[in-house]
Design a protein around this ligand. Structure first.
Ligand code: ATP
Ligand code: MG
Length: 560
């Protein structure tokens, strides 16, 4: 994996979208204005792929002193909900962006309807009574022309009457549709008389029961862009083949014509990104909710401990491309690690504890050791950590028969207890099965951290917590939600659910330093030598709960 720096250095000064915008600016198009929009459909929570689109749209507008709208593409009342609208707004704000205008495609239903009548009057649209199956079948295949509908040449008057009846609710769902009259022989299937309106007797979360006909995406999207004065309509690659249709509607209606520009959607390995699949994971309880910290959703990443900065840096690092590719999830993890290193408060926590007894340390004595809250940020200050005769250390930090390069604790060797003393391990206690129940050591009083004589060298430093003072905390250790890089790649009759990683969540009880600066949900900590953690919303004053955001080092690549 390349480092972030290398990736940034390789990038050309302008990406292809910026190059196109600068060309337009030079030509004096749009009076020098750059106006973009982020157009989510409110049918689910946003995911990291949307974050890329958000960063791109808002980032470009910012760079060219323009503006960005948020527009909810709410043309499918059956799947959409205000819950999603609210979550989307929250997530965009959290990512650090502010929109110029908040709009809804449904705001334009009246205008879209009038334009549809206009197209009918100009002989450019017709009501088709064919069934859905007939329409699909007669569209044919790209290599040979489709078959024209028997209703294609209805008179303007008949079409107008029928369309008004559609609107008035005189037909049942699916009984007829309004189609644009374009070209049934076009090699581009989207130009073969695309459907503009369908009948749907459904309640809409904003327009209520006012409408029983709803515009299709292709008819609503470009016109909504146009109404808002959008100059550059940035979308993902699968819409490239829709562009001629986008252009056709703007031309046919003689309205402001935004430039559609396509880029490759973000794909990340070890996860799925379609809202339909994410919804299934939630609905069928494979995860605890949209904000389950294993989800690729923005709210999931937030709860996991990701920062907006880390996600924006990730979007910046991957850049924009014209060809589909898959980004390694370790790059996302790299970005959050880098950001948390700068801002996370340090604390010591022991996840897999074994007792360490300092035989020559006075009974019942407590010392308060000075510890640095964040070596990357001196302004974060210092704290006092209680130290005593009995400590907890990580089981993995002791080995009875260590290999040559093991510099942690072993009998007869010295090791430093972070912020405290150098100790020399003397013996271990074991139970009948031979498991180690306690480790004994002697401390060297003159080696206390910060004292003049303390610069005695030892190769290893380990962390600890005082058994008499520490708190218990629940720690949730997350791993990748899917066990394979491409969970969507399944053979027929199988589902992506079979690729779920059965070990994606491990819950442990940890011992942790008692003095917390902050126990508000989302507060970020580095558990020294272990990883980055943040306080979960399930945390209470009686029971701290931490989520592991990411381990300190990338252990996946080596371990699996
Ligand atoms: P999904 O397929 O997950 O349901 P969608 O494309 O239908 O996603 P929308 O709500 O329509 O979701 O997307 C809003 C905007 O976000 C669109 O402009 C879309 O192109 C963009 N977007 C969606 N997914 C990605 C992705 N993986 N990478 C980049 N942009 C994306
Ligand atoms: Mg969509």
């Amino acid at each position: 994996m390349e480092t972030k720096k290398e990736q940034l250095e390789e990038k050309p000064l302008l990406n292809f979208i910026e190059a196109k915008i600068e060309e337009d600016l030079k030509l004096g198009k749009n009076n020098g204005i750059v106006y973009t929009r982020f157009p989510p459909e409110p049918n689910g929570y946003l995911h990291i792929g949307h974050a890329k689109s958000i960063c791109l749209n808002f980032g470009i507008a910012k760079k060219y002193h323009g503006k960005t709208n948020i527009r909810f593409d709410d043309t499918n009342p059956v799947k959409e909900d205000v819950e999603y609208v609210d979550s989307i707004k929250e997530d965009v704000k959290w990512l650090g962006f502010d929109w110029a205008g908040e709009y809804y495609a449904s705001d334009y239903f009246d205008q879209l309807y009038l334009w549809a009548e206009q197209l009918i009057k100009e002989g450019k649209a017709y009501v088709d009574d064919s069934s859905q199956e007939e329409i699909s079948k007669n569209r044919g295949v790209p290599t040979s022309p489709g078959i024209e509908s028997p209703y294609r040449n209805r008179s303007v008057e008949e079409n107008l009457t029928l369309f008004r009846k559609m609107k008035a609710g005189e037909f049942a769902d699916g009984q007829c549709v309004l189609r644009a009259k374009i070209d049934m022989a076009s090699p581009n299937m989207h130009m073969r008389d695309p459907i503009m309106y369908r009948i749907l007797h459904a309640h809409h979360h904003r327009t209520g029961n006012k409408w029983c006909i709803y515009p299709m995406y292709d008819y609503a999207h470009g016109q909504s862009d146009s109404i808002e004065g959008i100059t550059h309509s940035i979308c993902t690659l699968e819409f490239e083949v829709h562009r001629p249709l986008y252009d056709w509607f703007c031309e046919a209606l003689h309205i402001h014509h935004p430039q559609q520009i396509e880029f490759a959607r973000l794909n990340i390995n070890y996860t799925v990104m379609s809202k339909r699949k994410l919804l299934q994971l939630v609905k069928e309880n494979y995860v605890s909710g949209w904000d389950d910290p294993r989800m690729p959703t923005i709210c999931g990443l937030r709860r996991r401990g990701y920062t907006p900065e880390s996600i924006r840096n990730f979007a910046e690092t991957i850049g924009v491309a014209k060809r589909e590719n898959v980004i390694d999830i370790s790059l996302l993890e790299f970005c959050v690690r880098e950001d948390l290193n700068k801002r996370a408060l340090r604390t010591m926590a022991v996840l897999d504890p074994v007792k360490l007894i300092i035989d020559n340390y006075p009974d019942n004595q407590t010392e308060m050791m000075d510890a640095v809250n964040n070596p990357e940020d001196i302004s974060a200050g210092t704290r006092k950590v209680p130290f005593g005769k009995e400590l907890w250390i990580e089981r993995a930090d002791f080995m009875e028969n260590p290999p040559k390069n093991f510099f942690r604790m072993t009998i007869g060797k010295e090791v430093r207890l972070k912020y405290a003393y150098i100790v020399q391990c003397t013996s271990v206690d074991k139970d009948e099965q031979g498991n180690i129940t306690a480790i004994h050591c002697q401390y060297l009083p003159e080696t206390k951290s910060g004292m003049a004589e303390s610069n005695r060298k030892v190769k290893g430093t380990i962390h600890w917590v005082s058994a008499a003072h520490c708190k218990e905390a629940e720690v949730r250790l997350f791993d990748r939600l899917f066990a394979v890089p491409d969970p969507d790649n399944v053979e027929e009759g199988h589902t992506f659910l079979e690729n779920l990683n059965p070990d994606s969540l491990k819950i442990q009880t940890a011992y942790i330093e008692p003095n917390f600066l902050d126990t508000k949900p989302l507060t970020k900590y580095q558990f020294e030598r272990i990883g980055y953690f943040c306080i979960d919303k399930d945390s209470t004053t009686d029971k701290l709960v931490f989520n592991r955001t990411v381990a300190l080092k990338d252990s996946w690549a080596k371990g699996k």
